[in-house]
Structures are given as C-alpha cells and as structure tokens.
Design a binder for this molecule. Structure first.
Ligand code: 8YV
Length: 322
C-alpha cells in the first residue's frame, strides 16, 4: 500500500510535485533538510525524500529506513550521492525532460551576451534612441565564432546542434572523448579554450570541475573571448572571471549560474560586459512540470516496481530492500 509509505519533503518543492506526492504517498514536510528537525518517530518512518535542496551525509544517516532520494533537477551536486550509494540509498535526477529548454536558454544567453540585446533594449526603454540616436554597434558578433563546449552530455549535444545551425564550428572538452562524435575533442579545458573564442560550460558541479574555468583558461580564450555558463557556478573561479572581464582578458560573459546562489557578487553586477540571469535555464511552466512529474514518477516506480526511471550513475546498482 503506497499511501502508507512516508515521503519526506524538506524545504521548498514545485507545487505539482507536492500535490502528486501527497496524493500517492504519506507526505511529510520539513522546514529544511536539517537533521535536528527530525523526531525519533519520523526518523524511523521515512522511506523516501523528494527534494530540491541539499541532502548531506548527516541527513541521510539520520533516516535509517531511507530507500530513495528523488532530486528535482538534472544536476544533483547538492545530494551526497556517493554517501547514498554507500548506504544503499537510491538517488534519481531529472534528465532529458529539460534538455531542449536549457539548450534554448544557452543560445539566448549567448546571443544576448555577444550582441548586447538586453543593453540595447534598455537603451530604448530609457528613451535614449529618441534622444541620442541608434544603440552603438556591437564590437562582437556570432559570425565566424568558434565554439567550445565544456561538458558534452545530453545538454551539450543539444547546444552543439543549435550552434551548428547558426554556422559556428564546434569543439569540446569532456572527461572522455564521446564515441562516434565528429566534433574536435580536446583532452584539457585549457587546450579547448586556446582553440576557440566562445566557451560554453555545461559541466556538472563535481570535485573534478571545481573552479575549472580559471585565470589560465580565460587567458587562453583570449581578448575576443566570450564565456557562457549554463552548468554550475562552482565550475568557475568567479574572482578570476571578474578580473578577466574588467581587465579585457576576455570580451564578455553570460552567466545563468553562480557559485553562491542567489547571491551574485556585486563586482559582477557592476560589470557592463556581463549578462546575468537568475538561474532560469529550465524555468518554464512546461519544463518544470515535466521535471516535477519525473521526480514523482521515480518514487512511484521505485515503490511499485522496485526500479526507478532515472537513477544517477553512482547508485545505478542499488537494489530495493526486500
Ligand atoms: C533545477 C537545474 O531546477 O536541473 C538542474 O540541474 O539547475 C535546474 O533545472 C535547479 O537546480 C533547482 O533544483
């Protein structure tokens, strides 16, 4: 009987996910994912978590009968998946359903950054078109650009497909070369940056990608360089990026993600050559509904068939307890 299974929802969650978890299971909400908020009675009864917030090792350890953590988002850097695997706890994420939306956002952000469209719109809104004449010609163009993609997964591929249609050449850096892919592969990020002028990061936030986009990479990208980040803020050395943008080491940057969201360094906000978005890559009603459904469908599949729909690689082999 699924309705007797307790699913814990710590912190804020998408409304549709809440409604469906509540309907299918015994839903219990918690202010935040803090183990000090868990009563002894709750500790023993929780078998699943649906969350959009950080789930650390201590929180996992505080729930002895936990079987599954369904993460809202394709990136699951906020969940300690290695610890979950060690404790035989399944972790799922929400791939595929957001791929095209995030790729669309990446292209919009790239064009806004290169052609200064948000600034041009402000020019009109501030009445400067009438008073001062046309918005100044943009120094940068998409024409003739060479794109480098850092992180050639599902979203990276969808971005590459769009860039091809826009006439850009494409190269990439990934942990491994992708079999059967004809784009030029670079085994290092600095090598990729040196070969291109437009670097797009789609990389996940892991220990290996921490501050990977550093001063050396930005220098290699060069003075006409454009950097776009749609992956995770942790993959960038933000201080080095601010220095590169203010010192003309690269031309411009378009960022949807930041190291300490929702806090964005004032130095970035003050830079005219930074185009900034509040982490909206997947944020349409359509796509967030699909992500919400996948979160709940993973929980339902786990508790009815013993197999989730989209397990993360770290917990792929975790089996449902008898
Ligand atoms: C999430 C995202 O909605 O999927 C991801 O990895 O970054 C977004 O789509 C966001 O992380 C909130 O959990």
């Amino acid at each position: 009987d699924r309705s007797a299974v307790t699913i814990l929802v710590p912190g804020w969650l998408h409304e549709r996910a809440l409604a469906r978890v509540d309907k299918a299971f015994n839903m219990v909400r918690l202010d935040k994912a803090d183990k000090s908020l868990i009563s002894d009675e709750l500790a023993g009864s929780v078998r699943g978590i649906a969350a959009m917030t950080a789930i650390d090792a201590a929180f996992i350890d505080a729930l002895p009968n936990l079987e599954i953590i369904a993460n809202f988002g394709v990136g699951y850097d906020a969940v300690d998946a290695r610890h979950a695997a060690a404790k035989s706890v399944m972790v799922t994420n929400t791939p595929d359903v957001l791929t095209e939306e995030v790729a669309d956002t990446a292209l919009g952000l790239l064009i806004n950054t290169v052609r200064e469209l948000p600034r041009a719109e402000n020019w009109l809104r501030q009445g400067r078109w009438v008073k001062e004449g046309p918005y100044p010609l943009t120094k940068a163009t998409l024409r003739g650009r060479r794109a480098g993609i850092f992180g050639m997964g599902r979203i990276g591929m969808a971005i590459a497909k769009r860039l091809e249609a826009f006439g850009l050449s494409i190269a990439y850096h990934n942990r491994r070369r992708v079999e059967g892919l004809s784009y030029e592969y670079h085994s290092t990020l600095a090598g990729l940056a040196a070969a291109v002028d437009t670097l797009i990061s789609v990389a996940p936030g892991t220990a290996a990608t921490e501050k990977a986009v550093n001063a050396e990479v930005l220098r290699a990208l060069g003075p006409d360089g454009v950097f776009v980040n749609i992956g995770r803020g942790s993959t960038v050395d933000e201080e080095a990026l601010i220095a590169a943008l203010s010192g003309g080491v690269i031309r411009a940057a378009g960022l949807d993600v930041f190291a300490d969201e929702p806090r964005v360094p004032q130095a970035l906000i003050d830079l005219p050559n930074a185009t900034l978005l509040p982490h909206v890559g997947s944020a349409s009603v359509h796509t967030r509904n699909a992500m919400a459904d996948l979160v709940v469908d993973n929980l339902i599949a786990w508790f009815s068939e013993g197999k989730p729909l989209t397990p993360v690689p770290e917990t792929e082999r975790v089996a449902k307890p008898a």
